[in-house]
Write a protein that binds this ligand. Structure first.
Ligand code: CA
Ligand code: CA
Ligand code: CA
Length: 121
């Protein structure tokens, strides 16, 4: 349950090299690259809104058949089978945008150490 799926999602945008580096370092923190990808308005911090926006974009990119949910196959590039089960809260074998955003919000709050609604570098 400690896994932060956002890092897996980010590998989509940043490519497999970033993913490998991330795994090698085994660091839960956002790298500078990740940070810049998420900080859409470039104000030096990541708001929950920016975080969610990124995940919405990712979701629509992954939803190949546009049925509004991700099958295990559609999500396989960002989630392991284990992670898929965790995010699929109602266990219907599909991940909806709502389920993804719920997970994203949880991840965000865990990273927002001073609880000001933003993640600073
Ligand atoms: Ca920002
Ligand atoms: Ca789909
Ligand atoms: Ca579901």
């Amino acid at each position: 349950m400690k896994k932060i799926i956002s890092l897996a999602v980010l590998t989509l945008a940043l490519g497999p090299a970033a993913a490998l580096a991330q795994n090698a370092a085994n660091a839960p923190d956002l790298s500078q690259e990740h940070f810049q990808a998420l900080d859409l308005d470039k104000d030096g911090s990541i708001s929950l809104q920016e975080y969610e926006q990124f995940m919405r974009d990712t979701f629509s990119k992954l939803d190949a058949n546009k049925d509004g949910s991700l099958s295990p196959k559609e999500a396989e590039t960002i989630l392991t089978t284990e992670e898929f089960v965790i995010v699929d809260k109602n266990k219907d074998g599909k991940i909806t945008l709502e389920e993804l955003l719920e997970q994203v919000t949880t991840d965000f709050k865990r990273q927002d150490l001073n609880k000001d609604g933003k993640i600073q570098r």
